[in-house]
Design a protein around this ligand. Structure first.
Ligand SMILES: Nc1ncnc2c1ncn2[C@@H]1O[C@H](COP(=O)(O)OP(=O)(O)OP(=O)(O)O)[C@@H](O)[C@H]1O
Ligand SMILES: [Mg+2]
Length: 598
């Protein structure tokens, strides 16, 4: 083995660049974040060639003094933190002092800056890691960074760049995230000399309208909640208007776009009972809390965070959004009836217009609950509390009853409101949430076939659809993952994709909706080993799409087939989101309900 030696600075920075700037969009993000940290009120972005050829970010922020310019591009040099305890409460977007050094190591780089009160600017160029002497320059107060020919000296990285339009789509998305996160700042964006965005500084609503359209804001419930120093504000699209295609999902924590499992789960839960399963909710939410309560130093690109008290944040976000959706729904008699009766703890789903049959059983049961209470007996209300009540209770793993019976889930009697299957077994009544149960079965089936490679069911007629930039990019980038999942999706022309085959185990699903949902996941999770890292989430998305819809009437034979499949499927007692798929009502429970002494 060769002798051990310290690496030269350039090489160290290039290695770091591999993590910090994996593509132009990541460099763009770092540069705009620096402008925001510098207190800019206007940021102008000019991009050429998908960000590979050139990126120029000009701001009117605090600027950098002449003597600090060289430090700005040095590794581990930052003005944002100074002592270890600063890491406990990071209030800026940057803090590592790594971004500029990394970008400058893999591009032809220049930074020009004029600090407040200085008569002119100073400019510094870095090429291939070599820092040139500082020279005077003309510039309004603020900073302009120019990055040209990204990865020109790291051919291995350059090879991984995709087409110009794909890289541009990623840049556009980076820009959107930052512009949505910071409506108080004005932004412009150009690509290849064409104006793409001109965003005036203003409020959140104006920014959402400018970037996501007026229809989004019109059809969204306002979220505005605060408790114990944590605030959540923003817009959550009402269930009836939820998109069938790619949803817009933006969550910002203290001004930073994040992808966080805790928050994503809380939002899924908030929509769970009011949203049709083939639809995905769109939302733009700003969460603010004391910087000490969230750790942002957990991910190279700073897109993940860790909450010190994730349980409380989950609960807070779920309730805030649930409440906002409920309040904006037109009529909600079941909820108010239940609430008036002091059943607030009993979880009755808020009803929204067009929320589909999932909401109906809620109203039916709430009315029954009313009747139960009228008997003034403690027993029935305890029973209802158990049925609807604390989530922890409902979430526990339901094991198949060990009756020794051939058919522990019994035989189907009927279907209720297009949602539940009622079956009779030895112990009494079995209630099955047919979508949730089927989802679990499909999920396990997909998981089993993914072991090898999922077979593709070619479509007789390919299904074409108008695709968004991100979707086009996902097809290009994740061709392997798509093939492994059993998809055959290919571009048909600019902005058009064709689905030519779907996973054989999901042959009944709507091909376009299914493919778009998976493309959304792929582009959201990203990364070269996306399938290894996010297999379960992606399979869950697919299962949800392919599972039998609420409101589909099933024959008794179909219902029995479902029950038999559930018995044969591992973990059939819980759906992919962790909620139970069936519930046993013992005869004794029913007897108690009717005060039938046995
Ligand atoms: N647009 C800008 N305006 C004013 N100062 C800037 C600007 N860009 C960079 N700086 C200065 O240069 C320093 C280094 O920037 P760099 O992005 O490398 O690190 P950072 O922002 O401190 O941390 P991180 O690596 O997490 O982004 C910053 O700390 C800041 O002082
Ligand atoms: Mg920075």
């Amino acid at each position: 083995m060769a002798a051990i030696r310290a690496l030269p600075d350039l090489l160290v920075n290039q290695i770091a660049a591999g993590e910090v700037v994996e593509r132009p969009a990541a460099a763009l993000k770092e540069l705009i974040e620096n402008s925001l940290d510098a207190g800019a009120t206007q940021v102008d972005v000019d991009i050429a060639g998908g960000g590979v050829r050139r990126m120029r970010i000009a701001d009117n922020g605090s600027g950098i003094e002449r003597e600090d310019l060289a430090l700005a591009v040095a590794r581990h040099a930052t003005s944002k933190i100074a002592v270890p305890s600063d890491l406990e409460a990071i209030a800026t977007l940057g803090f590592r002092g790594e971004a500029l050094a990394s970008i400058a190591a893999v591009s032809r780089f220049a930074i020009a800056s004029r600090a407040a009160g200085r008569p002119h600017a100073w400019r510094l160029e870095v090429e291939g890691g070599a820092v040139r002497p500082v020279a005077p320059a003309a510039l309004a107060p603020g900073t302009t960074v120019t990055v040209e020919e990204l990865f020109y000296n790291t051919p291995a990285r350059r090879k991984f760049l995709r087409t110009e339009s794909t890289e541009w789509a990623h840049c556009d998305e980076s820009f959107r995230r930052l512009a949505l996160a910071h409506p108080e700042v004005g932004f412009t964006l150009q690509h290849n000399a064409r104006a793409q965005q001109r965003l005036l500084a203003g409020g959140r609503q104006g920014r959402v309208v400018a970037l996501l359209g007026a229809a989004f804001a019109d059809n969204a419930a306002r979220v505005d909640a605060e408790a114990a120093g944590v605030a959540l504000a923003g817009f959550a699209v009402r269930p009836a208007y939820a998109a069938q295609g790619t949803p817009a999902q933006y969550v910002f924590v203290n001004g930073r776009f994040v992808r966080d499992r805790v928050l994503a789960h809380a939002l899924r839960e908030a929509y769970r009972d009011v949203l049709h399963h083939d639809r995905a909710p769109s939302y733009v939410l700003w969460l603010s809390l004391d910087a000490r309560r969230v750790d942002v130093n957990v991910h190279p690109q700073k897109t993940e965070v860790r909450f010190r008290d994730s349980g409380a944040i989950h609960e807070f976000v779920r309730r805030a959004v649930e409440r906002a959706l409920a309040a904006s729904a037109a009529d909600q008699p079941a909820v108010s009836a239940a609430e008036k009766l002091g059943l607030a703890a009993a979880r009755t789903p808020p009803l929204g217009p067009g929320t589909g049959a999932r909401a109906d059983p809620g109203s039916g049961f709430a009315v029954a609950a009313q009747g139960g209470l009228a008997l003034a007996s403690a027993e029935p209300s305890a029973f209802y509390a158990r049925l609807f009540g604390p989530r922890e209770d409902a979430r526990r793993e339901t094991a198949l009853p060990a009756t020794g019976d051939d058919h522990p889930l019994g035989f189907a009697l009927a279907q209720l409101h297009g949602v539940y299957v009622l079956a009779q077994n030895r112990d009494g009544l079995v209630l099955v949430d047919m979508h949730a149960a089927h989802e679990r079965i499909v999920y396990e089936r997909m998981k089993a076939s993914l072991g090898a490679s999922v077979p593709t069911q070619p479509l007789l007629v390919p299904a074409a659809f108008a695709a968004e930039g991100r979707e086009m990019a996902a097809v290009e980038e994740h061709a392997e993952a798509l093939a492994a999942l059993g998809f055959d999706v290919a571009p048909l022309g600019p902005g058009t994709l064709a689905v030519r085959g779907i996973p054989a185990p999901l042959a009944d699903a709507d091909p376009v909706a299914l493919a778009r949902a998976v493309l959304h996941d792929l582009s959201e999770y990203g990364g070269s080993d996306v399938l290894a890292a996010h297999r379960d989430e992606i399979l869950a998305t697919m299962a949800c799409h392919a599972a039998v819809r609420a409101n589909r009437s099933l024959t008794v034979a179909e219902m029995n087939a479902l029950l038999r499949e559930m018995e044969a499927t591992e973990r059939a007692g819980q759906c992919n989101h962790g909620r139970p798929t069936w519930y046993q009502l013992a005869l004794a429970d029913l007897d108690r309900l009717f005060m039938r002494g046995r």
